[in-house]
Design a protein. Structure first.
Ligand code: SF4
Length: 127
């Protein structure tokens, strides 16, 4: 099986490399890259930001596009931190960090990050 790593999504946590060192390696820029072929299924399912896709299955390559559409459709809903599981709920906002209840995820300030683990807003996914 061949795999692809979406470099924009990868946060360089090293999970894939520790699970499948023959297939994945985190490079000097802190991004995982594919270095060989082998069984990387566990890494695919363990990647916290779903940056790894299997190349052979065309259904798999189509899936991320559908996910993006869903993300657009669910705009205004709850968003989940891929690392610690914190859920941003627009109805609650993030008052501790100056975000009033009723603030849509899309309207969060650019510098806003996960209040629990500090992951960038751009890493969040729609719930
Ligand atoms: S597990 Fe995912 S986020 Fe972590 S280094 Fe590998 S590809 Fe990047």
């Amino acid at each position: 099986m061949k795999y692809n790593v979406d470099q924009e999504l990868c946060i360089g946590c090293g999970m894939c490399e520790s699970l499948s060192p023959d297939v994945f390696k985190v490079n000097g820029e802190g991004k995982a890259e594919v270095v060989g072929e082998g069984d990387g299924e566990e890494a695919v399912s363990s990647c916290p930001v779903s940056a790894i896709t299997a190349e052979a299955a065309q259904e798999t390559t189509a899936a991320p596009a559908e996910t993006k559409e869903e993300t657009a459709e669910t705009a205004g809903g709850k968003y989940v931190c891929p690392v610690c599981g914190y859920v941003y709920d627009p109805a609650v906002g993030d008052p501790d960090n100056g975000v009033a209840p009723g603030t849509a995820f899309e309207d969060l300030p650019d510098g806003w990050a996960c209040p629990l683990c500090g992951v960038d807003k751009g890493m969040f996914t729609a719930q």
